[in-house]
Design a protein around this ligand. Structure first.
Ligand code: ADP
Length: 531
């Protein structure tokens, strides 16, 4: 802080030199010497005392000592040092600068500077007198210096405010930096903790981030002969485990092209190490909506897929085993029925046998459904007539409709030709009509329609039955799903029919949808493309 005293010391030193040359007798003056001593004394606190501890005291002490020094030097200078009054600008600015909000500072500045200019009059030196003219001439100095003090206080305040603003901004920046570091750490921890592989790619497909789980998964897909493969060289297979997935169907490529998807099932790696992965991707967009990259998540579902395969194999084996004795039971019941007619009490015997036959048929239907779900046989596509398929399905459902008191309307024209698997489509129409009758009360109407439009064949089965709630509509195509109404009703079923239909329609690259209103009925629409 002695640095701050340098201008004052330098100016006083310069004045002392002038006095030495022009008026050396001043050095014999007690007041002048006292002034010199006070000048030195004003520097001592800054040299001797630790600034930090005594700062508030020194802000006052140093300028007050300097005021006293200037007063003594000026008065002891025998009128040679009138200009010395200007040195008072240093303590004035000092006080105003360091204590810009204190009113006392300006009062001190005015009083001290007034005292300095009036002291020679009080001491009766030279031509100094109490005349109004002399006083007015001298008063200009304290006024100017006080104004300078006010100005300095103002500048100091605005610099303070700017500094405070800078400090605030700096603090905010530090906080923001700390927060973003915390978020990055959190994100990193989450990404490393989740038991899935995560990779983030930019719009060009370059990896921006990859967690360790994904690095391990990636290694499984690396072919032995290509240690650093391109994406299309990785061992990625489709659902059948053997067909390599075409480059444009690979999840990373799809994601880079901007598509978002969920649960794409792929097999990664060679036969010995392969894993089933369910892949989902979400594309990232900037404010303008253009793609900035994608987040792709790989979840290992090998155990689940294998368990499902075992379950399907079990279902397939069981239903296969059950079909043979059931078919034989039905055959023998038919034989007995034929012969029973000639026996005494034939009527009740036949009625009992028909109950047994109905239940055995139902059981056979369930077993066949189970087998179809598990095996999903391949389509046998050929040129066929959908109208014929519908007419035949309606004809076979007629008995069921009559028994249920439901009116069955066949609104299909004479011919609707196209390439499809007629047996499987028969199954679709049979099932939809059977459901429509099953889930309708007596008096309801079921109508079947089919037509050709936009290179597709369309079939609708509409009923005025119990309907399906919106929530259930989303689930009815799932395996084993039955609505609460269906479970509560006596309608037989195990919730496989619609799932089987969906697979058949999917295999034809078609679609099936339902519109329904509870209590009012449902419409199932099947569309299959035909060239
Ligand atoms: P299910 O053997 O139970 O009939 P489906 O897979 O054919 O099995 O049908 C699944 C469920 O969808 C049924 O249990 C029933 O709750 C509902 N459902 C299907 N068709 C209709 C319909 N036409 N009207 C009302 N509910 C239906």
């Amino acid at each position: 802080m002695i640095r701050n005293q340098r201008p004052f010391l330098f100016t006083v030193g310069f004045v002392c030199l002038l006095v030495l040359v022009l008026s050396p007798q001043a050095y014999g003056q007690g007041l002048f010497l006292a002034g010199l001593a006070l000048t030195l004394l004003s520097c001592l606190p800054a040299v001797l005392l630790p600034w930090r501890r005594f700062a508030s005291m020194m802000y006052w002490l140093i300028p007050l000592l300097q005021f006293a020094a200037i007063a003594a030097l000026r008065a002891g200078g025998n009128g040679y040092l009138v200009g010395l009054s200007l040195v008072v600008v240093f303590p004035v600015i000092w006080l105003a600068w360091f204590m810009p909000r204190s009113l006392a500072v300006h009062i001190i500045n005015f009083t001290a500077t007034s005292f300095i200019v009036i002291l020679p009059i009080l001491l009766g030196q030279g031509s100094a007198s109490f005349s109004l003219e002399d006083l007015a001439g001298r008063a200009i100095i304290p006024v100017i210096l006080t104004v300078i003090g006010l100005f300095a206080a103002n500048v100091s305040r605005s610099i303070d405010a700017q500094q405070q603003e800078l400090v605030d901004k700096d603090r905010q920046l530090r906080l923001a930096a700390a927060e973003s570091e915390r978020r990055a750490q959190l994100l990193n921890t989450v990404i490393e903790t989740v038991p899935v592989g995560v990779v983030v790619v930019d719009a060009e497909g370059h990896d921006m981030m990859m967690n360790s789980h994904q690095r391990e998964l990636h290694q499984i897909g690396v072919p032995r002969e290509v240690p650093d493969p391109r994406e299309d060289q990785l061992l990625v297979f489709g659902e059948d485990k053997t067909t390599p997935l075409p480059a444009e169907e690979r999840p990373v490529r799809r994601a880079v092209k901007g598509s978002s998807f969920t649960h794409q099932l792929i097999w990664l790696g060679d036969q010995r190490h392969r894993r089933a992965l369910s892949v989902s991707a979400n594309s990232m967009k900037d404010r303008e909506g253009s793609s900035t990259g994608s987040v792709i998540v790989f979840s290992d579902v090998t155990e689940l897929v294998e368990a499902l395969e075992v379950k399907d194999e079990f279902l397939q084996a069981m239903s296969h085993e059950l079909r043979t004795p059931l078919t034989s039971i039905l055959g023998y019941i038919d034989l007995v029925l034929e012969e029973a007619e000639s026996l005494p009490a034939a009527e009740s015997l036949c009625a009992n046998l028909q109950v047994a036959e109905r239940n055995a048929s139902r059981l056979l239907q369930m077993v066949t459904d189970l087998l179809t779900t598990a095996a999903r046989p391949a389509l046998k596509v050929r040129e066929a007539d959908l109208a014929e398929v519908v007419h035949s399905s309606v004809a076979s459902a007629r008995l069921q409709a009559d028994a249920a008191g439901v009116t069955l309307i066949d609104g299909v024209g004479p011919s609707l030709r196209g390439r499809f698997d007629p047996d499987r489509m028969h199954q679709v129409v049979d099932n939809l009509i059977s459901n429509a009758i099953k889930y309708s009360a007596a008096g309801a109407t079921v109508s079947v329609d089919a037509w050709h439009e936009d290179r597709s064949l369309h079939i609708t089965v509409t009923d005025t039955g119990q309907g399906i709630s919106e929530r259930d509509q989303r689930e009815i195509f799932e395996k084993f799903f039955r609505t609460e109404e269906a479970r509560d009703s006596a309608a037989p079923g195990i919730g496989l029919g619609l799932n089987i239909i969906k697979h058949i329609v999917d295999d034809h690259h078609g679609s099936i949808r339902v519109t329904s209103e509870p209590g009012r009925g449902s419409t199932f629409t099947v569309t299959i493309p035909v060239q």
